[in-house]
Design a protein around this ligand. Structure first.
Ligand SMILES: Cc1cc2nc3c(=O)[nH]c(=O)nc-3n(C[C@H](O)[C@H](O)[C@H](O)COP(=O)(O)O)c2cc1C
Length: 214
């Protein structure tokens, strides 16, 4: 079935995109306002977009009133944030931090979240998260009702239990127990269901063809 996004209302476009581009990783973003009040909120318009430089992107919408969300306002004010990834057992706390608290409320206290100091940025990381990225603002691209916030990843913290070989940077991704966002307002998926497809070169593919005569 064809859906013409040029002709559809915003809410329909949102539903179509977010129920098909799945699963999406979730950035649990910690920021501070100018007075130092901590804020945390989940953002699933999120991914990594390169390693040289190491860049992550967040798609931050406005509140229904048109006002900026605290995460975006805080990043604009301080230029710093941490991105914590979400394990299954932290989903209830993450969900609390997604509630529409007014600005100035310490959402970490509301969700009873412990923090650990960061090494390069002011906002701390969440103790509940097995992976945290310390980020500084790289660039903001305004896109209508959304801002695309690009962050430069300055440091990463990964739970020791998931680090198989620190020299080679081998990480046991499954051991992180992370979740991704699926369709609708409250659906998630686990990341433990893996399958492997080995990469092939063009030369290998040509050799296979030669062998089978296909
Ligand atoms: C799993 C999840 C993912 C979300 N992803 C986004 C997102 O990518 N962009 C966005 O603007 N809001 C997103 N939200 C909604 C925000 O988390 C919510 O508006 C929150 O109150 C914003 O908090 P803040 O004002 O403290 O930044 C998401 C909510 C949940 C539960």
């Amino acid at each position: 079935m064809l859906f013409d996004l040029d002709a559809l209302p915003v809410a329909s476009r949102y539903k179509l995109l977010t129920s098909t581009v799945v699963p999406r990783p979730i950035a649990w973003v910690v920021t501070q306002d100018a007075a130092g009040v901590l804020n945390a909120a989940p953002y699933s318009f999120f991914n990594v977009f390169g390693s040289d430089p190491p860049i992550v992107a967040l798609g931050i919408g406005n509140r229904p009133s048109g006002a900026a969300k605290d995460t975006g306002a805080n990043i604009a004010a301080t230029g710093e944030f941490t991105v914590c990834l979400v394990p299954e057992d932290a989903l209830p706390a993450m969900n609390i931090t997604a509630a529409d608290f007014p600005a100035g409320v310490d959402e970490l206290a509301e969700a009873d979240l412990a923090t650990i100091a960061s090494t390069k940025v002011g906002p701390p990381r969440l103790a509940a998260s097995p992976v945290a990225l310390e980020c500084t603002l790289f660039k903001t691209v305004e896109m209508g009702s959304h801002s695309l916030v690009l962050g430069l990843v300055r440091a990463m913290h990964i739970a020791d239990a998931a680090v198989m070989d620190p020299e080679r940077c081998y990480i046991d991704s499954t051991a992180l127990g992370l979740v991704g966002r699926m369709h609708g307002a409250g659906w998630y998926t686990r990341t433990g269901d893996r399958l492997e497809v080995k990469r092939v070169s063009a030369a290998e593919l040509a050799a296979r063809k030669e062998k089978t005569g296909a």
